[in-house]
Design a binder for this molecule. Structure first.
Ligand code: SAH
Length: 248
């Protein structure tokens, strides 16, 4: 079981597979007032940076599930590196439908809401692993400005304009699902650059080491086109944030 190979190549050197920076991830951890021993569940945990740094900085314990064997392996290594391997565990698997036995204080899905079939379905899924009074974290894009055409939305790698909302509407949608938005940390364009531009050097290095690979043509094409696509579309139109929710 694995994610499409292109992500395991372009994001192999990423610790955070999203436009949030280490500083903002730390800001979010502090904002949530995490208590030592608090249980955190993370669906689509990537390379585990959120769980590992929050375990180190706040003494939380937790579980991450991710479909990429590579990212899961990196997460386990990071836990050892940060000295928190006895606090966090990382499971390689499909997080769709995953409900934990032990109820979490914080249940998160940061930048992977397709796992629950969208924001609403993911909130429902996370709620099943959450203890009463717990916090749900959703990381999700929103439109900084509406794309003028569907082609511009596609340039942002969205299927259509209707994939995302503008920020106030996204926040309102959480309310309609019965949740208070109790905190948020938003990414900015510098954060987007750390996520997107970091892929380019990784692709270039991969190409130099794997010129005979059958995938090299596709990676070469992406490296040639991504800087212009990203700066024309994603960087201008897409915002991204992590939203903390509590049931009303
Ligand atoms: N939350 C992490 C990773 C976000 S990227 C971070 O912020 O760094 C999206 C992640 O979802 C990737 O690591 C990918 O491997 C994972 N993923 C995609 N589909 C999945 C699924 N069905 N179950 C579990 N993980 C999945």
């Amino acid at each position: 079981m694995d994610i499409p190979r292109i992500f395991n190549i372009t994001e192999s050197a990423h610790r955070i597979h999203n436009p949030i920076t280490p500083e903002k991830l730390a800001t979010l951890g502090a904002a949530l007032r995490l208590q030592p021993g608090a249980q955190v569940l993370d669906l689509g945990s990537g390379s585990g940076e959120m769980l590992c740094t929050w375990a180190r900085d706040h003494g939380v314990i937790g579980t991450g599930i991710d479909m990429s064997p590579l990212f899961t392996e990196q997460a386990k290594r990071r836990a050892v590196e940060l000295g928190v391997a006895d606090q966090v565990r990382f499971i390689h698997g499909d997080a769709a439908g995953y409900v934990s036995d032990e109820k979490a204080c914080v249940a998160a899905c940061v930048g992977a809401t397709w796992i629950g079939g969208g924001v609403g379905g993911t909130i429902e899924l996370l709620a099943r692993s959450l203890r009463a009074g717990g916090i749900i974290l959703i990381g999700e894009p929103y439109w900084r400005q509406f794309p003028p055409t569907e082609d511009v939305a596609k340039g942002c790698l969205a299927n259509s304009i209707s994939d995302f909302l503008k920020l106030p509407e996204l926040l309102a949608s959480f309310g309609r699902l019965g949740y208070d938005v109790v905190e948020m940390v938003l990414a900015d364009q510098d954060g987007w650059d750390r996520y997107e531009a970091a892929k380019w050097l990784t692709m270039r290095c991969w190409l130099e080491a794997n010129s005979d690979d059958e995938f090299a043509k596709e990676v070469r094409a992406q490296l040639a086109s991504e800087p212009e696509r990203y700066t024309t579309y994603t960087r201008e139109y897409l915002g991204w944030g992590v939203f903390a929710l509590m049931a009303r």
